[in-house]
Write a protein that binds this ligand. Structure first.
Ligand code: ATP
Ligand code: MG
Length: 211
């Protein structure tokens, strides 16, 4: 299955989610290959940190040899392919969206992020695609204070968007997600019993109910 983690705006958590999802899938015994199509190369860098530190298993992060589409021929169907994209390479992003079985869209709870998500969905809807990918959105970087309503308001808007399904599992703004990228460890390796690990496990289990 090809899952593209995407949104237009920077900093929504695409690379964080891709990295942790890749390690979660491997923990579940799945063969995983990730593609980093963002010129910033965050995912490649964090995978390199993980390799240098000797943490096992490594996360295999590729660049397309020729085209992303052609590369898919080399992976058996049971391989879980994850693709991290960035808006600074729109052409690469559009190719990834065209071949995706599924697009997973992290959205921070802010008005600019909601606008960017709506623009992003317009881009997907205007692509010429034979088989429309499934699209799932969820709130990332939700505030941990109950009194702050932005996450509820963001979910209310996301729930009403056409052609995309809201996942009722937020990831909150937590330092362990930042540490995850800087140390090359998943949040469940960093702190197995944390709220972050719990919420991430639940999100991943919703995305891959068969595992
Ligand atoms: N839930 C979270 N809690 C705390 N920090 C987070 C969370 N999600 C992401 N971050 C942090 O926010 C920053 C941006 O995240 P990340 O690099 O994953 O976003 P991105 O969408 O890939 O950004 P870009 O578009 O620049 O590639 C990173 O420092 C990351 O560790
Ligand atoms: Mg990124």
């Amino acid at each position: 299955m090809i899952t593209v983690i995407a949104n237009l705006k920077g900093g929504s958590g695409k690379s964080t989610v891709t990295f942790n999802l890749g390690l979660w899938l491997q923990m579940k015994g799945q063969p995983v290959v990730a593609y980093d199509l963002d010129p910033q190369q965050t995912l490649s860098d964090v995978a390199e940190v993980r390799r240098e530190e000797g943490y096992a298993p490594p996360l295999q992060v590729n660049q397309p040899r020729e085209s992303l589409q052609d590369d898919m021929k080399y992976h058996p169907v049971q391989t879980q392919v994850l693709v991290d994209v960035g808006a600074s390479n729109m052409q690469a992003m559009k190719i990834a969206l065209t071949i995706a079985d599924r697009i997973v869209i992290p959205v921070p709870p802010s008005q600019p992020d909601v606008w960017a998500t709506q623009r992003f969905l317009n881009i997907v809807n205007n692509l010429e695609i034979n088989n429309r990918p499934e699209m799932r959105v969820f709130v990332n970087r939700a505030d941990t204070h109950r009194a702050v309503r932005e996450s509820d308001e963001t979910e209310d808007v996301l729930r009403q968007l056409q052609g995309v399904e809201l996942i009722n599992q937020r990831l909150h703004q937590r330092t362990v997600y930042r540490r995850s990228l800087s140390e090359g460890l998943s949040i469940f390796e960093l702190s197995r019993r944390s709220k972050a690990a719990d919420e991430f496990n639940r999100l991943a289990a919703i995305l891959y109910p068969e595992l």
